[in-house]
Design a protein around this ligand. Sequence first.
Ligand SMILES: Nc1ncnc2c(CN3C[C@H](CCSCCOCCO)[C@@H](O)C3)c[nH]c12
Length: 227
Amino acid sequence: MTGILCAMREELDPILEYMNIKEKIKHANNIFYIAEFEGEDIVLAYSKIGKVNASITATIMIEKFGVDKLLFSGVAGGVDEDLKIGDLIIATKTCQHDVDLTVFGYEPGYIPESKVFFECDEDLNNIAQNVAGKLGIKLKDGVIASGDQFVHSKERKEWIKKIFNASAIEMEGGAVGCVCWNEGVPFFMLRAISDTAEEGAGVDFDEFLEESSKISAKFLIEMLKEL
Ligand SMILES: Nc1ncnc2c(CN3C[C@H](CCSCCOCCO)[C@@H](O)C3)c[nH]c12
């Protein structure tokens, strides 16, 4: 069964509008929507913000609901110069930019017995690129870096770009990628840009959250039709 995960209610609501919701299950302070879409059952939820919350919900989706591929939809801060507000990006891999065990000689983002980068599923990414081609949409791909902080400083953004070669920044994908890697579940992440993660990003985020969430949701629905 396909799982669709978002961080915020605003990111999930535009997706639910396309779904025939059959059941709502409350569990671990989340609501899991069991829906039917084009004859297939799908489980959907928003985790709440941040890597810990996203890890909890992703793990429950897999362990309790038997999700065998996990698709994330939401918004992100753009890092690459060519990413404008409203543009779409998919992750080739995710990481955690706020993990720092460098005093012990480890590279930024590395945790012993784990890894810095969690690869996203190539087949799902290829499907996304095919859908983008049919729709005539530019769909960037690249590293998307997560941390438990809303990044609103050019200095921090440039550091994340330099160290992780990040194209976008958010707060959940590195955790969900880690969960899916450990569980052996294919992971796909789609984000629409809501801000540029620099000074003033908070204002842009508030202004563009809803519209960028809809852009991501709309594309995800087109992709679901190809799964
Ligand atoms: N620059 C940036 N830095 C880090 N992450 C992001 C993301 C991606 N999501 C949005 C949300 C952060 C917003 S907290 C909003 C608090 O409530 C505001 C009122 O509801 C979190 O789930 C990560 C967009 N721009 C970002």
